[in-house]
Ligand binder design. Sequence first.
Ligand code: GLA
Length: 509
Amino acid sequence: MRNLVLCFSLMAPLLGAADLAGTWHFETPGQAAPGQVGHGRQANYVFKVDGNKFTGTAFNLTSHQDVIDGAIDGNQITFQIRNEWDFSGRGPTAYKGTLNGDELTVEPAVAAPSGRGGMYPLTLKKVSNETEYKVPPAMQHKPFPPFKPVKANGLAMTPPMGWNSWNKFAGRVDDKAVREIADAMVASGMRDAGYVYINIDDTWEAPRDQSGNITTNTKFPDMKALADYVHSKGLKIGIYSSPGPLTCAQYTASYKYEEQDAKTWAAWGIDYLKYDWCSASNVYHPNEMKSAYRKMGLALLATKRPIVFSLCQYGLLDVGEWGASVGGNLWRTTGDIRDSWNSMVGIIDLQPGREKFAGPGHWNDPDMLEIGNGGMSDTEYRTHMSMWCMLAAPLLAGNDLRSMSEATKEILTNKEVIAINQDKKGVQGVRVRKEGDTEVWKKPLADGMAVALLNRGDAAAKISVKWADLGIAKKNPKVHDVWTHKDVDAPTEFTAEAPSHGVVVVTVK
Ligand code: GLA
């Protein structure tokens, strides 16, 4: 009795603390249409309490992250979530919460900018007293065999060109839109300019059938028929999945079904796969990432169908060093692009240094194009196109090809700038000079060099470059502006005025 009283009096000021220990769950109702992803959004916490401090794990269907620095003050809690996959440099995120019996309300300590708070504040319910995070059995797997490089598939000898649904359509992509985009690809002259792949990104998937075959949701009634249609236009078709159990949009993905999925896609006539890490961090340790990608690289080769393999893991773990060795033809170098100048130039800044990894068959991917989506001016979109071409980047248009403006079409189909991108030498351009807001970039070509003068400033700027400084010894080279389509007289050096946020690109032969 005495012990009990003692115990009770010790615990009394920490009543909230004792209540916090355990597992907490939040889930929104599944809102999807029949045949589509059925589950809602989830958040779960497992908390382990020690006095008025706590640690734990935050997890949902696609990730698990450490809860650190937890502190309890009466019924108020504060903690941080550390994302081991965070590559933004932002560091852990602070959260706060209020404990109310078996209910816990949690929200970010700093409110998100208005309209971007997502599902916060969350009200979680206590579901058990379990204080340890355990990987669910369905998410456990055997160790990978020792790593051996995958044989190159011989595809993408120049950077892949095409279209991808995500930037414009996100979850709204469907069979009808894809067919119409294929039609527009031909009618707009984009196919003739070199664009080939029509890539369906996330949200085509539905749960597996009884034999474990991946199925399509109601937006895509017959993927084989769709592939046939796209092929009938002289184009190729791409699809999307994840090495994890779920895609980034939380649809069924390829974990433990890699070979079977590759066979299904090959049978449908798929020519390109974007394989997006997403929930794989929930089932694989970071040091298994390479093997998880290799597994699909091998599965695609085993189908004997030529399928371009696009890695999407946001540039983690120096992917350039090993992307080609897992069979990858291209790999994302950063997080997702947004349709804004700052996002676009922010991505450009993360490319220098990666040029050594690019070459025929294997490319750095600074993400898909936003040209024509409305968030940038035509001058800025010209810069976007020019710099992606200088970088030997994959050119995957991300706009609605059915309704693009003449200006957008001209930017996307400029054959002279595309020729820089598709140059056979396959060298990624480098920044040779940066002075304040002005930059000079060069890209060696099979015959000569491409030079870009980039002005990131708010006013027009004159930029000069001496050919000798770029290693061009010959006087009087043939200089041609790929945007005005005119030859330029520049015997030993070149000076041009680039508009604010604009670029001047010439070839020098
Ligand atoms: C990630 C990728 C995007 C897109 C979405 C789809 O965010 O980086 O390019 O594929 O997933 O859910």
